[in-house]
Design a protein. Structure first.
Ligand code: PA5
Length: 447
């Protein structure tokens, strides 16, 4: 096995000792049993635990479909929201060329996301771009009835059919949804779309290692086999490993819960590369929806460094002492760029001449860690050697299993999301959806 992701607790040591973390991690090993035996809360949604093996038999089909979309189009629009969106975007943004849409060099394939908002301008502007593109659609919805992606799909399906004709559009649309239920399943059957199934026992936010994440990632040109291998290797060191010290998921789950118990209800995910921005967004959904219930849970926030050292950095350093940070620390970038020497040193940067940008960034990370420690902020570090498919796979499985353990430590069901329904009911009522008329009347009185 390659080097595995490491949880470094050194910069939290002044707030919670390694011995305390290990003690809670040891106690929490029983939650691994609950996950593996299916004896804990939400036990009908544990399919993600074994996805690194279970998905192997579908990889050929996923790669074949990805190849097909790349051959018939230059752009794919991926429609989905929440767990049907964030995982794929997190992996793509972490690994792909940051400026893919601006690259002149072919072949590359642009992936654009839609259905993650209801913004009229966003979709109108996207259509303007798609007018000039040859494009395909991957539409993803487990329930098959979520409003945001359903609206986007209705509009873009219509646009694509008008552009290339119904049969060619059907050849360029792939639906990922429930095996039997939901409007998207019926639409796919009626129109003859190719489909992939989201297993019943895999919840949206734990579905990135299913076709939900893997098909869009494969379409973007990334190596999904390396991603799954990374997840599998992380499964091997976490799923049944009850040795607290060598199981990073137990350590992370225990440390964050001890910090919460010590008066830190906010966890900020920190990356020192903009490539991790959507990994943090994915993590926020995973932890926010899994833990934020019954009046409990750590509030998951995120910042991108060093960008946000010039905005939220002030608050982290000096505001209310209610937070701790978790830094994803990437040892080496994938590329090399050195700061040049300037003869007259007019910008006074020659002390950096000859240094790689990554060395400056590493020192920014180290300096920030110490400054935040001095400002009374505990810092957990999750260390990986590089940001590639393999280590992204490790990160994904690590965060998922740590979330399951952490939810059980908090004594909540980490696999449901009852709170998500509240806004939907009100929106339907205000829009006069049939069956919601009375509720709509009452809500309008309150506006
Ligand atoms: O994690 C979850 O379950 C949610 O975030 C869902 O993924 C999200 O609401 C989208 O649901 P669906 O895939 O049914 O359209």
């Amino acid at each position: 096995m390659k080097e595995k992701l490491n949880v470094n607790l050194k910069n939290a040591g002044a707030f919670v000792s390694f011995e305390e973390v290990v003690a809670l991690a040891k106690l929490s090993a029983r939650h691994l049993d609950a996950l593996n035996n299916g004896k804990g809360a939400g036990n009908d949604f544990l399919g993600w635990l074994t996805l690194p093996d279970d998905i192997l038999k579908q990889l050929d089909k996923i790669e074949k479909s990805a190849k097909h979309l790349r051959s018939v189009s230059d752009t794919t629009v991926v429609i989905g929201i929440g767990g049907s969106y964030l995982g794929a975007r997190a992996v793509m943004e972490a690994i792909s060329h940051t400026f893919t849409p601006y690259l002149k060099k072919k072949p590359h394939h642009d992936v654009i996301f839609a259905g993650q908002n209801i913004c009229e301008d966003y979709l109108s502007e996207l259509i303007e771009v798609l007018d000039e593109r040859s494009y395909s659609i991957i539409v993803i919805s487990k329930s098959g009835t979520t409003t945001e992606p359903a609206i986007a799909f209705r509009i873009l399906k219509d646009h694509l059919e008008k552009k290339v004709g119904k049969p060619a559009a059907a050849d360029r649309i792939i639906a990922i949804t429930d095996e039997k239920k939901g409007a998207l399943r019926s639409l796919a059957t009626t129109n003859g779309y190719e489909t992939f199934v989201i297993p019943d026992n895999v919840g949206g936010r734990y579905s990135v290692l299913s076709p939900v994440g893997l098909l869009p990632i494969a379409v973007s040109g990334l190596d999904i086999r390396a991603l799954v291998k990374g997840a599998k290797d992380m499964e091997e060191v976490t799923r049944t490993n009850k040795d607290a010290v060598s199981n990073p998921a137990l350590l992370y789950a225990a440390a964050r819960n001890l910090l919460l118990q010590g008066g830190r209800p906010v966890e900020i995910m920190v990356g020192f590369t903009p490539k991790l921005h959507f990994m943090s967004e994915w993590w926020k959904q995973l932890y926010g929806e899994s833990e934020g219930k019954d009046g409990k849970g750590i509030y998951p926030a995120s910042v991108d460094m060093t960008t946000d050292l010039h905005s939220l950095g002030q608050y982290i350093q000096d505001g209310q002492r209610i937070l701790f940070e978790t830094m994803i620390s990437v040892k080496s970038p994938s590329r090399t760029l050195t700061i040049p020497l300037e003869k007259d040193d007019s910008d006074q940067l020659n002390f950096l001449a000859g240094k790689r940008l990554s060395e400056v960034n590493r020192n920014a990370e180290a300096g920030t860690t110490i400054a935040h420690n001095d400002g009374n902020v505990p810092v957990l570090k999750i260390e990986i050697p590089v940001l590639d498919e393999y280590y992204t796979g490790q990160l994904i499985y690590f965060f998922e299993i740590a979330c399951g353990i952490s939810g059980y430590i908090l004594d909540v069901n980490p696999f449901d999301q009852p709170g998500v329904e509240a806004y939907k009911k009100n929106m339907f009522a205000l829009l006069n959806k049939p069956g919601y008329e009375e509720a709509g009347k009452k809500l309008r009185e309150r506006l």
